[in-house]
Unconditional design. Structure first.
Length: 218
């Protein structure tokens, strides 16, 4: 079923789900290999944080499919919120739309070493620790990637809009073993269906042959 923000999601905590998420306006952000790599890394982090079983996935230029079984105390909404939020942040940091928390912390640390005080002489008043980026991809730790600095290597980024997902997602509750196999085959075949590659078995950003360290046995 398709969901909109105005609709309440029926909570089903037990079961295996085939999920589909589109980018906003189906923009092909994932035609860039670096964004695909960032997605895979955030999928790995999300799997560790949200404790779900992953049976298959495929990342297309403008959407992705995955099949998961949420862990105890989790549900598909929490999993999708975590994954979508972190992927968006990573990509937008890369393109310079958002600041890199680690770069700011490193700069502050260097100022401290150089004996510089805060310009206004005040402590943080909001009481929040600026550590939200602890799970930032290691390639972004030094804050070297921005849309201006990466323009030569990734020229399409100069005209790429800020990354955003389509609100919500599509989910399908797996009914039985036959349904499971059909959905998994569809996920694997998707790159060939959409003309991304001639032979889906050779596609890098799916679980058919690659990223087996992320995949659980049923």
């Amino acid at each position: 079923m398709n969901h909109r923000n105005s609709q309440k999601r029926l909570r089903v905590d037990e079961g295996i789900f085939a999920l589909t998420v589109n980018t906003k306006n189906r923009y092909p952000y994932f035609q860039e290999t670096i964004f695909c790599e960032l997605f895979i890394e955030q999928l790995r982090i999300c799997k560790q944080a949200r404790k779900f079983r992953l049976y298959g996935f495929s990342l297309m230029p403008d959407h992705f499919h995955m099949m998961i079984h949420p862990g105890e105390g989790e549900n598909i909404s929490r999993v999708m919120h975590f994954l979508k939020r972190h992927v968006s942040r990573e990509i937008n940091i890369f393109m310079g739309y958002e600041r890199n928390p680690h770069a700011a912390l490193a700069a502050n640390h260097q100022d401290d070493k150089n004996g510089k005080d805060d310009q206004d002489g005040k402590d943080d008043q909001d009481g929040e620790d600026d550590q939200d980026g602890e799970d930032i991809d290691p390639r972004l730790q030094e804050g070297v990637y921005t849309i201006s600095e990466s323009g030569d290597r990734y020229p399409r980024l100069l005209t790429t809009p800020k990354f955003s997902w389509q609100p919500s997602f599509h989910d399908h509750l797996i009914r039985d073993e036959r349904d499971f196999q059909n959905q998994l085959r569809y996920i694997w075949w998707n790159p060939e269906k959409h003309g991304v590659i001639e032979d889906f078995t050779q596609y890098t950003f799916s679980s058919f042959r690659h990223h087996q360290d992320l995949i659980d046995l049923i």
